[in-house]
Write a protein that binds this ligand. Structure first.
Ligand SMILES: [Zn+2]
Length: 250
């Protein structure tokens, strides 16, 4: 589904698991090659998504996501004639219009960042490790350093992801979070159980780096509760959904 936003030049889609050609546990709009699905079906699914952005021939940059805080700045020179390019890391930024950036998830947080003044686009993959490593902050800082972005000019969107209702963690995880004054604010205790609220931590990060609270929009969907989305926690062997974003030329 195209996500409505106030900026005519910013287009992005949050996919779900419907409308594709993959079968079995990948049924049906899986966008990830690395999960064991047929390459042809994944490629076709990606074309279906890009066509919903009303721009079928858009070249696409996606990531081999490794739960790091690696932020990669890309432009069209990376394509070298190819329609799809994979880079290794967990966030992408670009100042190029007509270059689609994709982040794939199944419970982790997919994030779009847009500098509404300098017209810089970013996408971020932020799971538990990414939040620990503050990849959102690193991405915003890189936009500021490379392009002169001001955090107060940023628009942000967090797509469907596993939420505090479902993200129970064991002691190995919550003890690490509780030892850190900042991360501890993302731990919710219910009786004997501990849950992580990564969206809360991402909101705090956004504001701490200078983003406006009102400019960060949060999709209300928990990917583990809602079976319209792939969920690693719920399914283990499953596809990936995505946020894919691009800038129209102006
Ligand atoms: Zn849930």
């Amino acid at each position: 589904m195209l996500i409505e936003n106030p900026y005519a030049e910013l287009k992005f889609i949050l996919s779900n698991r419907f409308g594709g050609v993959s079968v079995g546990e990948f049924d049906s709009l899986n966008v990830a090659y690395h999960v064991g699905d047929s390459k042809e079906n994944v490629y076709y699914n990606r074309q279906i998504l890009l066509s919903k952005l009303e721009s079928e021939k858009l070249p696409l940059v996606f990531m081999n996501q490794i739960h790091s805080n690696e932020v990669i700045c890309v432009d069209k020179t990376i394509l070298q004639g190819r329609q799809e390019v994979e880079v290794q890391g967990d966030a992408l930024i670009t100042n190029c219009p007509e270059l689609a950036l994709m982040v794939m998830v199944a419970d982790c947080n997919p994030i779009v960042i847009y500098d509404t003044k300098c017209r810089i686009l970013g996408v971020v993959h932020a799971g538990r490790r990414g939040v620990e490593l503050q990849i959102l902050t690193k991405t915003i800082q890189k936009m500021c350093n490379l392009f002169g972005s001001q955090p107060s000019d940023l628009y942000g969107y967090i797509g469907a992801s596993i939420r505090v209702c479902c993200y129970e963690v064991q002691e190995d995880v919550y003890s690490v979070f509780l030892q850190n004054e900042y991360l501890a604010m993302g731990v919710v205790q219910q009786g004997e159980k501990y849950f992580l609220d990564l969206v809360r931590l991402l909101q705090m990060e956004w504001c701490r780096v200078g983003g406006l609270e009102s400019a960060l929009h949060i999709c209300p969907i928990c990917s583990s509760c809602c079976t319209d989305f792939y969920s690693y926690r719920r399914e283990r062997n499953c596809g990936r959904f995505c946020l894919v974003a691009f800038l129209k030329p102006c």
